[in-house]
Design a protein around this ligand. Sequence first.
Ligand SMILES: Nc1ncnc2c1ncn2[C@@H]1O[C@H](COP(=O)(O)OP(=O)(O)OP(=O)(O)O)[C@@H](O)[C@H]1O
Ligand SMILES: [Mg+2]
Length: 254
Amino acid sequence: MSKLELKGIHHTFTGKKQQVPVLSDISLHVKEGEFVSIIGPSGSGKSTLFHIIGGLIAPSSGEVWLDGLSVTGSKGLISYMPQQSALFPWRSIEANVALAQEVAGVSRADALDKAREWLPKVGLGGYEHELPHVLSGGMQQRVSFLRALLSPQEVMCLDEPFGSLDALTRQAMQSWLLNIWEQNKRSILFVTHSIEEAIFLSDRIYVLSSKPAQVLEQFVVPFDRPRHEKVMTDPEFHELRQHIQGLLRQEILS
Ligand SMILES: Nc1ncnc2c1ncn2[C@@H]1O[C@H](COP(=O)(O)OP(=O)(O)OP(=O)(O)O)[C@@H](O)[C@H]1O
Ligand SMILES: [Mg+2]
């Protein structure tokens, strides 16, 4: 049984003048403890798919299953990091990190303790009592990431979590995430535009077409765990990267 499964998801947005079909028959799954990435052209509907998984919008048709039950339209069952950080401007950094745990039933004191323990691990020690506007975009992204990471649901959906980080910080966060994930193996669905990031982190990768998005192809990443940065120099890594790049280029140009 898959932890998370999407069955035949279609979605069309209804605008004032026109219908915009965005998702066209997306079926995919994430197994228990699996790290799965989604790559697709900009505007192909990845964030929309995450909004559907999180129950924020109802799909035109299709179903979301979690642990063998249909949960289509239900909120609060997954831990979710949105593409835009969405921090509460009036809450301190530590209170922002604690929020998702509190909503999930953890006591405020325990949630704050956890937030204070983890903030230094993402380079944000000393910012616990600041308000979000004091932080740079990349720092806010790390707060949002930590909020999702500490939220107790077993499936985590991350929408381009490292998108606004510089290359070195991004690499450090990837290795750090891999390390944490390899210790407790939650199920992760991860959206990224970086093919290298997807290969480095994932067990499997789904490549989506332009909108209306379909699954073009899925790949099993052939590298062992624990995984080290040196896989990036492996000829198989290079081959897989070229292949995915070719698929995406064809999509964008067609
Ligand atoms: N609420 C909405 N109403 C109407 N159209 C929408 C809405 N939200 C998204 N769209 C449209 O749906 C399409 C997919 O958007 P979405 O944000 O899911 O793409 P994405 O794959 O996440 O892109 P990116 O990689 O740039 O983040 C876009 O054409 C967008 O304009
Ligand atoms: Mg998006």
